[in-house]
Design a protein around this ligand. Structure first.
Ligand code: NDP
Length: 330
């Protein structure tokens, strides 16, 4: 039988306006960086995406290089779009990016017009789409004039390959510069995608959050669970199959006794609040309303379910915030 999405899928999710644009994004979005490579069974990928959509997660975030190997996540999601999500395209915001290494030679990474436009075309082919909703410059390129990168992004929108433009991990000054150039070209900067969590606060220190608010640009923050460290999963050791066990991008060395002690203390605060540590970590990045969306990853549908429940208890007292600061610092 063909899968049907839950009828009540829009009832539990909160949708936040992305900066001063017309677009709203779910407070929690799903990223396909990990767990969507060739090693993960297709049924698992399907189950994660179905669960997300059933819970009102309308935004799916990809990049050219997600897999492994690079391209595999877009390929897998393209399959899901054709099957499970057939007919639902207009209920979704799909993003992809280019910036990191994707193919050999001088044209396969960074921020040139040559790379960005050809990579976007490759992504569209893998996804089986005519356009993505958001196309990102995945990282600032110190060797390509920012004017060239921005003109390529503007062209990607004008040629119908993307509806909106984003940038990822640019610092505050570079964000201002990109914003100005894009504005002068007539294609506004919709969104910025930086890392942010209780234990990674560079966007506060750099002034990026203030800059985005001032410019009216949305903020979607990646790795809000610090790749799983800000959940209860590592409290009793490193479970088989976890990201730290697979040693892909989360170095098990981070899970040393000192850090675990802090994570245990944070877990105790979350328990007092009647929520899981993952839920508290997500509520924390969304506190104050300055972050448009928390961009999570998941290896199982149950994790998505757990994360979305963060929205049921998202207020913090001053005392709770101060206590979190004692245990959660960069
Ligand atoms: P998270 O910090 O949300 O980490 C996700 C991992 O946390 C999961 O794979 C899972 O680990 C664990 N997890 C998730 N929910 C729960 C839960 N409820 N209980 C217990 N464990 C849980 O984010 P990611 O690091 O995965 O990044 C999210 C997305 O952000 C990416 O998919 C990508 O779209 C984007 N991103 C963008 C980058 C950029 O440069 N722009 C860089 C990195 C990410 P496990 O797999 O061990 O079960």
């Amino acid at each position: 039988m063909i899968w049907q999405p839950a009828e009540n899928r829009y009832e539990r999710m909160t949708y936040n306006r992305c900066g001063r644009s017309g677009l709203k994004l779910p407070a929690i979005s799903l990223g396909l960086w990990q767990n969507f490579g060739v090693e993960t069974p297709h049924v698992t990928k399907q189950a994660i995406c179905r669960k997300a959509f059933d819970l009102g997660i309308t935004h799916f975030d990809l990049a050219n290089n997600y897999g492994p190997p690079g391209g595999a996540s877009e390929q897998a999601f393209g399959e899901i779009l054709k099957t499970d999500f057939a007919g639902l395209r207009d209920e979704m915001v799909i993003s992809t990016k280019a910036g990191y290494h994707m193919w050999p030679g001088p044209y396969g990474e960074w921020g040139s017009r040559k790379y960005l436009i050809s990579s976007c075309d490759q992504s569209l082919k893998r996804l089986g789409l005519d356009y993505v909703d958001i196309f990102y410059s995945h990282r600032f390129d110190p060797d390509t004039p920012l004017e060239e990168t921005c003109a390529a992004l503007d062209h990607i929108v004008r040629s119908g390959r993307a509806l909106y433009i984003g940038i990822s991990s640019y610092n505050s000054n570079r964000t201002r510069a990109a914003y100005d150039i894009l504005k002068s070209l007539g294609t506004p900067l919709l969104i910025h995608q930086p890392s942010y969590s209780m234990i990674n606060r560079w966007i506060e220190e750099d002034g990026l959050v203030d800059t985005l608010e001032e410019l009216g640009v949305g903020a979607i923050v990646f790795s809000p669970l610090a790749q799983g460290m800000l959940t209860s999963k590592y409290l009793g050791g490193i479970p088989a199959g976890s990201r730290a066990a697979l040693d892909r991008s989360l170095d098990p060395a981070f899970l040393n006794e000192r850090n675990l002690e802090n994570i245990r203390a944070l877990n105790a605060i979350a328990e007092r609040r009647g929520q899981t540590l993952a839920q508290m970590a997500l509520a924390w990045v969304l506190r104050g309303g300055r972050i448009t969306s928390a961009l999570i990853g998941a290896s199982r549908p149950e994790q998505v379910e757990d994360c979305v429940k963060a929205l049921e208890n998202s207020a913090f007292s001053e005392a709770e915030l101060a206590e979190i600061d004692v245990y959660a610092r960069d």
